[in-house]
Write a protein that binds this ligand. Sequence first.
Ligand SMILES: [Zn+2]
Ligand SMILES: [Zn+2]
Length: 341
Amino acid sequence: MRALMKLGPGPGEMVVSEMDEPAPGADEVVIRVAACGICGTDLSLYHGSKGLIAEMRPSFPLVVGHEFAGEVVDCGNSVRDLQPGQWVTVNPHLYCGACTACMRGQEEICSDRPIISFHRPGGAAEYVAVRARNAYPLPRPEAETVGALGEPLAVAVHAVERVPPGPDDNVLIIGAGPIGLLIGVACQEAGCGSLLLSGLPEDAPRLRIAERMGIPTAVAGPDLEEAVRSNGGVDLVYEAAGSQASLVAGLGLLRAGGRLSALGIPPGPVPVDLANMVLAEKSVIGTRGYTPRSWKRAVELLSKRGPDLLALVTHRVALEDFEKAMGLLEAREGAKIFLVP
Ligand SMILES: [Zn+2]
Ligand SMILES: [Zn+2]
């Protein structure tokens, strides 16, 4: 089979290779991959980001791809709940289920958690073997079109579950990438007072996608400040851009008593006016990954909002054209790019 591999930690070092098709372990299923999304993490890995490699310690050479869906074609001996022909989307975090965090239902911070695409072969391949417990069945039409959005949608659902909007809260989402757009969808489902998504001027095409999905938008800067003023302030910010500037701006826009959910990972320390946070009782809540519960909810939303979510999938690119896909991602063109093995 063909698989997209990252051979080593340096810049580039990515190739499509021929390799044997995987066989399922006893508790695994083999999936014929229909689509595999790529995101900023894949781009950082492609470029050999030292920060990412130090944090994740990938086992090179590796098959990349952590956002994928497809059809089950083979099941290990002890798999009971899945069968060939079912379509699934996959949680790539192989949380242990036994550590203190897992026992508390905080699988997202599990201390023993290999990740598919860093420590196990990923889904940017014709076939991938995954732990059956991590594969969530999908109705077929959704699997074929938006199933590979399960992973970023689970991130968005988890953020909204961890820091839920109140029914009267004015919510601001900073960041017009797929995660920001999907937080918009999760907030629409959760219900809130008002919703606003902000991006940079070069995000104009992504802001138009948000508008089509019923999420009002504003461009960062005076446009955003005016929109926030006319809404009567911001009670809750989801920061999904991961820049120092947007974190500082988000905290500045927050009213007294407000909350900021930090999802984006800034490249370095962020100067924070802690006195203002203390005196104005502002909270910053770190949010990462997802739990099995957020995955269940994300899969429900894939079914419920499938046709809407299709607007996010702006490019489908053959595996061999991965360099073109990385270029599109780098240029912030479109929203979600799927590799089709
Ligand atoms: Zn991703
Ligand atoms: Zn654990």
